[in-house]
Ligand binder design. Structure first.
Ligand code: FAD
Length: 323
């Protein structure tokens, strides 16, 4: 079965989550005895796109028309539909993100394809595809069967392990892809793109240090920022913290904010309300620092430190610096 994998680009680089998606798609292709083809939309150097080969893709279709340089789910869904037709793809795989979901929904409508979003495992492949997906903001899992001819899977982060130190030196071949663009997809004009102030994107970060109301106020954030710097981590926060303007809104993590899935999530002075947990339960390891031993976050933690953040954070920073 031919598998088409959509990858997201960030300033010409393949996003980390998309590298995982390629590896996932390559495994599905392997399971079905088909080829894994990547579709990249936007500007990127050939050398960067060839990296897809290391993760298991044989070929990359590159659509780099200037009109496609700004994220546009309508146009991108059209591009993917045309790539699907050209490649005869039966499975289309995207990363779980705002853009991934927006494209996937439109693509499913165009192709009359079955779609599952929030996939957390490789599919069980028989006459149909059986996939597990997370539901109720990660509190439970559902097994869903897709029986349509074309199947679309929107895959969550951290679904498969990749050993970055043992990647093969394979390079994917790059093919220029020139889809027909429909003016109707470009009715909204992008006037300006404002970059988030944080250097590291929360959805891409391997480590996140996040603060809650227990940090007491914006003027007390420095110990948290110091730890983040020492660990090369992105910074996040709970909803009240961004509501109070202690931290920018793009750092708000949770059910109504960004959903993150880093390797390490360090929660500082966050109580662990279900709405916050809904945004972090994809993390591989959660460390909670809270002075209240009864704080609910400890139940979701892999490691817990009962203590005052203002005493603990400098110690952790010192330890991180000495690594
Ligand atoms: P608090 O609940 O006030 O907790 C502060 C914690 O800091 C306490 O556990 C306290 O023991 C600890 N603490 C205090 N001082 C110290 C210290 N010196 N050292 C160590 N620990 C200390 N919240 C989100 O975060 N994200 C969401 O997306 C979100 N969406 C929501 C959607 C809805 C519809 C609703 C109703 C709520 C939502 N909330 C969300 C809010 C959520 O319910 C909680 O109110 C919020 O997460 C609490 O934030 P907090 O943990 O920072 O603050």
């Amino acid at each position: 079965m031919s598998v088409l994998i959509y990858i997201e680009l960030d300033n010409g680089s393949i996003k980390k989550t998309s590298l995982e998606t390629i590896a996932y798609g390559a495994k599905v292709a392997e399971q079905t005895g088909g080829a894994a083809t990547v579709i990249a939309i936007g500007k990127a150097e050939e050398g960067e796109l060839q990296k897809a080969g290391q993760y298991g893709a044989a070929k990359v279709l590159h659509a780099s028309d200037e009109k496609l340089s700004h994220e546009n789910s309508l146009a991108y869904a059209d591009v993917l539909a045309q790539a699907t037709q050209q490649e005869g793809s039966k499975v289309i795989i995207l990363s779980k993100s705002g853009l991934g979901d927006a494209i996937a929904a439109r693509l499913a409508a165009k192709l009359k394809a079955g779609i599952v979003s929030g996939v957390t495992s490789l599919p069980e492949i028989g006459v149909t595809f059986k996939v597990t997906r997370s539901i109720f903001t990660g509190k439970a899992f559902a097994v869903t069967e897709i029986s349509s001819d074309i199947k679309i899977l929107v895959v969550k982060k951290n679904v498969i392990e990749i050993d970055e130190s043992a990647l093969p030196t394979l390079q994917a071949t790059i093919e220029v892809f020139n889809p027909t663009l429909d003016d109707a997809d470009f009715k909204a004009e992008v006037v300006e793109v404002e970059k988030a102030s944080s250097e590291l994107s929360l959805t891409e970060a391997q480590i996140i240090v996040s603060g809650g109301r227990g940090m007491k106020g914006p003027e007390h954030w420095q110990p948290l920022l110091d730890l983040a710097k020492a660990l090369g981590a992105a910074t996040g926060c709970s909803k009240p913290v961004s509501d109070l303007d202690w931290r920018p809104h793009h750092e708000h993590i949770g059910q109504t904010g960004i959903k993150v899935a880093p390797n390490l999530y360090i929660a500082c002075g966050i109580s662990g309300a279900i709405q916050h947990l809904a945004g972090v339960n994809g993390s591989k390891c959660i460390v909670v620092i809270n002075k209240d031993p009864e704080a609910p976050f400890f139940k979701a933690a892999d490691y817990g430190i009962v203590g005052d953040v203002f005493e603990i954070l400098p110690k952790l920073t010192e330890a991180a610096k000495s690594l």
